[in-house]
Design a protein around this ligand. Structure first.
Ligand SMILES: NC(=O)C1=CN([C@@H]2O[C@H](COP(=O)(O)OP(=O)(O)OC[C@H]3O[C@@H](n4cnc5c(N)ncnc54)[C@H](OP(=O)(O)O)[C@@H]3O)[C@@H](O)[C@H]2O)[C@@H](O)CC1
Ligand SMILES: [K+]
Length: 529
């Protein structure tokens, strides 16, 4: 608990300093190790800290509100509050239970914090304090949570969620919310959101990731997750029960930088069947994704109205047929059969991917990205080297076509469950697009949360399909030898896409074209490692 509280306080101070420096004053300060020497003994007593000036500057005058629950989660929060108060913060603790962690409360009181007992607690006062605070620590409940938050925690959090929404509408400031171990009230083991939850900007989780921090929809409420080493045995990387999140080194290991012996064919040729006269832009954007993600060559196939536009933007593209190492099928091709030529090309490529037609006819089995209209053209079970890339609405259509009574809202409520169901039903790797992208392969699930909300823009999915096509083409031989690699490559493509969107957006609106243009810089950064 001592290590957890120190880690929590350290992160809060670092966040405060970063936010202040972003706002202009005071200047950025470094905190490495600062709280490790503040004099707190292992028994939970707070002695006057020997603080560095940097810590003092970060903490002085910072208004901190603690939401303190009955268990050890509340205990961690109380001790962290004691550290912050000792460092100079103005700390107010709201106790939501008659009995809270005793030593933690004693430490907090000894550090001079204000404590509002359960008997004096009024919801409007909590809302007022929180609205005026710089930082809120959500320590109501952690891994001990069972079901939706009960009163009074549930009522407090519901009121805070409403206040936050009102502040957003009014453009009023809202404090930096730090969740202690988990945002209180999420389904810790399954990522569900059974009741009100205060969305965090940061979660400091202890020892190891909890499933609910990686699995949507709860993962959306965790903000930036930091794992604090509290001396517990822990797995490498964020990994829980078959659910993985790729880290930078793992993404760069998936990427293939060309060597001196490489030429355009060994680097991977991507065949793009995307875009129609009705939706030509999807062809341009899918091609842009493949070109920018380092394809040796892109063959773009389609009507002249599409390929002419592609050539205008990307003169390096070839519009004649030939051998490819991966296919990107379906962006901008509606499922209404209105472009017979594009439909025929998709069916031909699917015949190659599934191996139902002889390799002499199709050019052989290669990995594929199957998006948008192409998902409505599936007639055969797919191999793992085929990646379906639906959003929630498309996955609902796909599953209804397979006999499941399911709508878009059901998919959004349980994205991992339905992505897994689609993987089992089709045999393909499934990449379900969303604020948290879920990738399901055989026996493995990746959840990647690398994209800003600005990425929810027309054409972004087309760019992703092109990026993924290029990564699959670059590793086509490896993927055919080890199809399980497909889901890892798909997760890496989601990371590249999300990071490129962050770069292109720089905190504001962006476009799908700008996202594609940012991909080379993201790849360069990852490869430089
Ligand atoms: N484990 C470790 O190794 C380490 C753990 N650490 C820390 O301890 C935390 C876990 O502590 P914990 O076990 O005391 O559980 P915790 O999350 O405080 O909740 C229990 C309390 O919540 C209550 N409660 C339950 N459901 C509720 C609901 N829906 N609505 C309202 N209340 C609800 C429940 O009441 P009950 O249901 O029992 O009546 C009980 O009183 C963990 O998250 C981390 O911060 C770290 O220090 C590092 C080492
Ligand atoms: K919590």
């Amino acid at each position: 608990m001592d290590r957890a509280a120190r880690a929590l306080a350290r992160t809060v101070l670092a966040d405060v300093a970063r936010r202040r420096s972003a706002g202009g004053a005071p200047p950025r300060v470094r905190f490495a190790g600062s709280l490790a020497s503040d004099g707190l003994s292992g028994t939970g007593r707070v002695r006057p800290a020997r603080r560095s000036r940097a810590v003092g500057r970060a903490a002085q005058g910072v208004r901190v509100v603690l939401l303190v629950g009955p268990g050890n989660n509340g205990g961690d929060t109380l001790f962290a509050g004691a550290h912050l108060a000792t460092a100079g913060a103005r700390v107010t603790a709201f106790l939501v239970a008659g009995t809270v962690h005793g030593p933690g409360l004693a430490a907090l009181e000894a550090a001079g914090a204000e404590v509002i007992a359960r008997s004096e607690l009024r919801v409007p006062a909590v809302v007022e304090h929180v609205s005026a605070a710089d930082v809120v620590l959500d320590g109501l409940v952690g891994i001990g949570a069972r079901g939706a938050l009960r009163p009074p925690s549930g009522g407090i959090v519901r009121a805070l969620v409403e206040a936050r929404a009102a502040a957003e509408v009014a453009g009023s400031p809202w404090p930096w919310v730090v969740a202690v171990d988990t945002p209180s009230g999420i389904g810790v083991d399954d990522g569900s959101v059974p009741g009100p939850v205060l969305a965090a900007d940061r979660t400091v989780t202890f020892g190891a990731y909890k499933p609910g921090l990686l699995l949507p929809p709860a993962a959306h409420l965790a903000g930036a997750v930091e794992v604090a080493d509290v001396g517990l045995r822990r797995e490498h990387g964020p990994q829980v029960a078959g659910t993985l999140r790729l880290q930078d080194g793992e993404v760069s290991a998936v990427l293939r930088a060309p060597g001196v012996r490489d030429h355009k064919y060994t680097r991977g040729v991507v065949g793009v069947v995307a875009g129609t006269d009705k939706y030509p832009g999807a062809g341009v954007l899918a091609t842009a994704g493949a070109v920018r993600a380092g394809a040796g060559m892109v063959r773009a196939l389609g009507p002249a109205g599409v390929t002419d536009r592609i050539l205008d933007r990307h003169p390096e593209v070839v519009t004649a047929g030939g051998r490819v190492q991966s296919w990107v099928l379906g962006p901008g091709i509606p499922s209404d059969g209105s472009d017979a030529g594009q439909d025929r090309r998709v069916y031909g490529a699917l015949a190659a991917v599934t191996g139902v037609l002889d390799a002499e006819v199709t050019g052989g089995v290669v990995p594929a990205v199957i998006d948008a209209g192409a998902m409505a053209m599936l007639e055969h079970r797919l191999p793992e080297i085929a990646v379906l890339t639906p959003h929630a609405g498309e996955l609902a259509d796909l599953m209804r076509g397979l006999g499941h009574e399911v709508g878009r809202a059901d998919i959004e409520a349980e994205p991992v469950r339905w992505a897994r169901a689609a993987q089992r039903a089709t045999g393909a790797t499934v990449l379900l697009k969303g604020a948290v992208t879920v990738v399901v392969g055989s026996g493995v699930t990746f959840t990647q949360a690398d994209a800003p909300a600005w990425l929810a823009t027309a054409g972004a999915g087309d760019v992703l399909s092109g990026i993924l096509g290029a990564l699959l083409a670059a590793r086509a031989g490896d993927v055919l030898a080890d199809p399980a690699l497909t889901s890892r490559i798909a997760a890496a493509a989601a990371v590249l896409h999300g990071r490129a969107a962050t770069l292109a957006s720089a905190g504001g609106p962006t476009t799908a074209s700008a996202v594609a243009d940012a991909v080379p810089r993201v790849m360069a950064g990852l490869l430089a490692g």
